[in-house]
Design a protein around this ligand. Structure first.
Ligand code: FAD
Length: 275
């Protein structure tokens, strides 16, 4: 089965982490991703690590996308960072507002990701393919579900080329999001973000914070496995490969994997799906 795929990594904090991530990437490259993306700490906190990892991916002959968050940033700073990315040969960005760690003041000259998308287009024309974030289960800070759909459409109208979703475990939420935003005039591809399930407590904690819903039946089954990680992984593989299959049948234009800097869970999903 052919389906465009992409992989997401975060910048490693240590030289050992960087070495491990190189091995992880090589294992995943066997599946010929369209691109690999690297997250960016809000406020530029991981900028050096993000850019270094993006450089490594490009040097390995792969397409790389740099995530880019604007919260707290000035226009001058963003202009400088865009020039650096352009000089590195980067052609794809994931343009985000980001979340400032608590304790940071808002400041900055951008309020929403749509401001960043418009700025990138005005400054760099068509140089970058711009991805934006989409939330089929509604962004946690949205004023209302409808306001969030409008915010997504505004990002597309500001110049985004495609979108990657927050992860979710309900294919219906994705299908509804795509139908509704299409009807509102946002016609760009919306690629589902896929989070493998390998760990129970971490997933539940993380999902609460980012507005992704882990359905009750999945939550209870995971809790029931306790510390039995083999059963959690086997169950997670069944559930997530089933979701990917549903999404493929529903016409998803590709799949974007949140690898969490590990190859095994994503490879297991791709093998199970026959991609
Ligand atoms: P926005 O699209 O600006 O939306 C933020 C909130 O503002 C939403 O609640 C929206 O409804 C609301 N809003 C937007 N426009 C308006 C408006 N005009 N009026 C009123 N309300 C409005 N975070 C990182 O720090 N680094 C990363 O690398 C990173 N990568 C990510 C990749 C993906 C694919 C996804 C889905 C998320 C990622 N995040 C990352 C998390 C993201 O930064 C957070 O979810 C953040 O809170 C919102 O960013 P956004 O770009 O979606 O913001």
């Amino acid at each position: 089965m052919t389906l465009p795929i992409s992989f997401e990594f975060f910048p490693p904090k240590t030289p050992e982490g960087a070495d491990k991530l190189r091995t992880v990437r090589q294992a995943l490259y066997a599946h010929r991703p369209d691109f690999c993306s690297v997250t960016f700490g809000a406020g530029g906190s991981t900028q050096d690590g993000t850019f270094a990892t993006v450089r490594d991916i490009l040097a390995e002959g792969q397409q790389a996308a740099s995530h880019f968050s604007c919260i707290g940033a000035t226009k001058a700073r963003v202009r400088e960072q865009l020039a650096t990315l352009k000089a590195m040969g980067v052609r794809r960005l994931v343009a985000l507002r980001g979340d400032l760690p608590s304790g940071y003041g808002m400041g900055g000259e951008f309020t929403y990701a749509s401001d960043l998308v418009a700025f990138i287009r005005a400054e760099t024309g068509d140089h970058f393919h711009i991805e934006v974030a989409a939330y089929p289960e509604v962004h946690p800070q949205a004023r209302s579900a409808e306001a969030d759909l409008k915010a997504y459409v505004a990002k597309v109208k500001a110049g985004a080329d495609s979108a990657i979703t927050q992860y979710f475990y309900s294919a219906d939420a994705y299908a509804r999001f795509v139908d509704d935003t299409l009807a509102m005039g946002a016609t760009v591809p919306v690629v589902p973000g896929i989070m493998p399930i390998t760990n129970s407590s971490q997933l539940l904690r993380f999902s609460d914070a980012c507005g992704a819903e882990v359905p009750r039946w999945i939550r209870l089954r995971l809790q029931g496995f306790g510390d039995d990680t083999a059963s959690i992984k086997a169950f997670g593989l069944d559930v997530v490969s089933g979701l990917c299959e549903q999404l493929r049948r529903a016409g998803a234009p590709g799949l974007h994997f949140y690898t969490m800097n590990q190859s095994v869970p994503t490879l297991a999903l791709l093998d199970r799906m026959g991609v």
